[in-house]
Design a protein around this ligand. Structure first.
Ligand SMILES: Nc1ncnc2c1ncn2[C@@H]1O[C@H](COP(=O)(O)OP(=O)(O)OP(=O)(O)O)[C@@H](O)[C@H]1O
Ligand SMILES: [Mg+2]
Length: 505
C-alpha cells in the first residue's frame, strides 16, 4: 500500500470515528455509552494489532495541567511543524520569532523511532457538562494518543516515551522566555489582594563571561550553580528541600545586581525582585512568596535598608511623620487614610525568616533566594546563617583579573603595553568595576584603546593621590591627637596625681 493510500484510509477512518463520536455523544444516554465503549473496545483490541496510549491534558488534580501533556506538546510543536498539514499558529514571546507553528487540534502525524512507525493524534472534544445554569456550560477536553504495533510495546514504553518527555522538556526550557517579576507599586489602598507580582520580559544582557571578577571565584560560583541545578536526586536523598540561598555583599558598583542577572541568564530562571518596603506586612509577604514559581530566583536587594534591622527604616518613617505634620492642614482625607495604611506596613525580621523557612519547606523546589547588601556587618546573624544563606559572596573593588575582563568587553583587547601600569595602580587604589568600566568606555569614535586606557590611568592616579592625601591627613590628625594627650598628661591633673602618689598607672 502506497503512502497516499495509507493516509487516505487513516483519514477516512478518523473522519468516520469523529462523526460517529459526535452522534454517539449527542444522542445516546451516558450509561449506555459507557457500556458500548467497553464492549467495542474489547472487540477492537481483539481484532487490531495496534496499541493506543492516551495522554490527557488534565489528569488527577483538575486544575493542574499534566506535565507529560505539556512535554509532548512541546516535543510535537518542534517535530510536527515540518510534517503536519493542519497547523496552528500560537503567539511566542520571542521578538525574532513572534509565532510558533504547531500541530492543530484533531490532526495526525507519523513518526519513526528506531525504524518503528508510530502515529500521534491530537484530539479536542467539547464536553457538555450537566448544569442547572441558564447557559449550558461546556468544557474542552484535549488529549494526545500514540498508536503503534503491539510488538513494539516495550520499546515504546521504555525508550520512546522517556525520549519524548526528555526532549519535550528540553525544548520547553530552550524556548522559555525569562520574566522579571516585581511587587513594587502594587500595594495601594487595598488589602492582601493587592499583594501580587507584575512582570516584564527579562532581557538583561549580563553573562558570567562578561562579569568582571576573580576567575577562581567565578568558577566556584558557576560550579555551585551547576551542582544545584543537577542536584534534584541529591537533595531528595539527603531529605533537604531543593533550595539555595546566596548573600552578595560589597560596596556599590561592584556588580551585585549584574551578578544576579548573570545567574538568571545562566540558570534560565525567572527573577522575582521583592521590594520589601512595598510589602504591607508579614501576611502579604507570605502571599507573595507562595506565588513564586519553581525555577526562579527571588531577590531582596539592600536587605539592610528594607528591614527594621538597623533602625534605618524607622528613621525614614519618622521623617515622613514630620513632613506629614507640617502638611497636615492641606492634606486630602483620602490621601491621608492611604498614608495611614502605608505607615502601618511592617515586615519584621522574624516574619521574613518564617516566610523563607516556609517556602523552603512548603513549595516545590528549584528556587534560589538572594540577598544583597553593602554592609554585611549590619545584618542579623539569624538572617545569614547557613541553611538560609548557604553561600556568602563578596564582590569587591576591581583587581587586575577583573580589569582584563572589562578591557576585553569594552575595548576588545587581551593585552596592551599599558596593562602593567594599570595593574600597579589597581593594587594601590580602590576603584569599583563600575568606575573602571565607565573610564575605559570609548566616548567617541576617535577614542582608541590607548586613549581609553590613559583615561583610566589618569583616573586611577587621581584616586591614588586623593587616597594618599586622605591618609596623610589622617596621620596628621592622629599626631595632633597624641600631642594633645601628651600635653594634658604633663599639664593636667593626672600627671600631678602620678607625682603625688608616686605610682605610674
Ligand atoms: N563586576 C562587574 N563586571 C562587569 N560590569 C560591572 C561589574 N560591576 C559593575 N559593573 C558595571 O557597573 C554597573 C553597576 O553595577 P551593579 O548595578 O551590578 O552594582 P551593584 O553592586 O549592584 O551596586 P549597588 O550596591 O549600588 O546596587 C553595571 O551596569 C555594570 O555595567
Ligand atoms: Mg545593585
Amino acid at each position: 500500500m502506497g503512502m497516499g493510500t495509507e493516509w487516505s484510509v487513516i483519514g477516512t477512518i478518523t473522519a468516520a470515528i469523529m462523526i460517529a463520536n459526535t452522534i454517539f455523544n449527542k444522542f445516546i444516554p451516558p450509561q449506555i455509552q459507557s457500556y458500548i465503549e467497553l464492549t467495542s473496545h474489547k472487540f477492537l483490541s481483539f481484532l487490531s494489532p495496534y496499541i493506543q496510549i492516551t495522554f490527557p491534558e488534565f489528569s488527577g488534580e483538575r486544575l493542574k495541567r499534566s506535565d507529560v501533556f505539556t512535554a509532548i506538546q512541546s516535543y510535537l510543536s518542534e517535530t510536527s511543524s515540518q510534517r503536519a498539514r493542519k497547523l496552528k499558529a500560537e503567539t511566542a514571546n520571542d521578538s525574532q520569532n513572534p509565532v510558533v507553528l504547531c500541530m492543530d487540534d484533531n490532526e495526525q502525524i507519523t513518526e519513526y523511532f528506531n525504524g518503528v512507525k508510530l502515529w500521534w493524534f491530537s484530539h479536542k472534544s467539547i464536553i457538555r457538562t450537566q448544569s442547572f445554569s441558564v447557559y449550558p456550560a461546556s468544557d474542552e477536553k484535549r488529549y494526545y494518543t500514540l498508536t503503534f504495533h503491539k510488538r513494539y510495546r516495550d520499546l515504546i514504553a521504555r525508550s520512546y516515551i522517556p525520549h519524548v518527555l526528555e526532549q519535550g522538556k528540553a525544548i520547553k526550557l530552550k524556548n522559555r522566555q525569562l520574566k522579571l517579576f516585581t511587587n513594587c507599586c502594587n500595594t495601594g489602598r487595598g488589602g492582601y489582594q493587592n499583594a501580587k507580582w507584575s512582570h516584564v520580559v527579562f532581557e538583561h544582557p549580563a553573562r558570567f563571561e562578561t562579569l568582571a571578577m576573580d576567575p577562581n571565584m567565578k568558577e566556584e560560583i558557576i560550579n555551585d550553580l551547576v551542582t544545584f541545578k543537577n542536584g534534584k536526586d541529591y537533595y531528595d536523598k539527603i531529605g533537604k528541600a531543593w533550595k539555595r540561598g546566596y548573600l552578595l555583599y560589597g560596596p556599590p558598583g561592584t556588580g551585585k545586581s549584574t551578578m544576579i542577572a548573570s545567574m538568571a541568564n545562566f540558570m534560565n530562571y525567572d527573577l522575582y525582585d521583592l521590594e520589601l518596603t512595598s510589602v504591607k506586612d508579614n501576611t502579604q509577604l507570605r502571599t507573595l512568596l507562595i506565588e513564586t514559581t519553581s525555577k526562579s530566583i527571588i531577590v531582596i536587594e539592600d536587605i539592610d535598608c528594607s528591614l527594621d534591622l538597623t533602625g534605618k527604616r524607622k528613621k525614614v518613617k519618622k521623617k515622613e511623620d514630620k513632613k506629614g505634620d507640617e502638611e497636615e492642614g492641606v492634606k486630602d482625607p483620602v490621601k491621608k487614610a492611604e498614608e495611614e495604611e502605608n505607615k502601618e506596613s511592617k515586615v519584621t525580621l522574624s516574619g521574613l525568616l518564617n516566610c523563607i523557612d516556609g517556602i523552603w519547606s512548603g513549595c516545590a523546589g528549584e528556587r534560589i533566594i538572594i540577598f544583597t547588601t553593602n554592609y554585611v556587618d549590619k545584618l542579623d546573624p539569624a538572617l545569614i546563617r547557613s541553611g538560609r544563606m548557604d553561600k556568602k559572596i563578596e564582590l569587591s573593588y576591581c583587581g587586575y583579573e577583573a580589569f582584563k575582563v572589562l578591557a576585553k568587553n569594552y575595548l576588545d583587547v587581551d593585552y596592551h603595553f599599558l596593562f602593567p601600569s594599570v595593574e600597579g595602580l589597581l593594587k594601590e587604589t580602590n576603584m569599583t568595576p563600575a568606575d573602571v568600566a565607565e573610564n575605559i568606555m570609548p566616548k567617541s569614535k576617535s577614542d582608541d584603546v590607548e586613549t581609553c586606557l590613559n583615561k583610566l590611568i589618569q583616573a586611577l592616579e587621581k584616586d591614588k593621590k586623593k587616597a594618599e592625601e586622605e591618609a596623610h591627613k589622617r596621620v596628621e590628625e592622629e599626631k595632633e591627637k597624641e600631642q594633645l594627650v601628651q600635653e594634658e598628661n604633663t599639664d593636667g591633673k593626672p600627671g600631678k596625681e602620678v607625682k603625688e602618689n608616686g605610682f605610674i598607672h
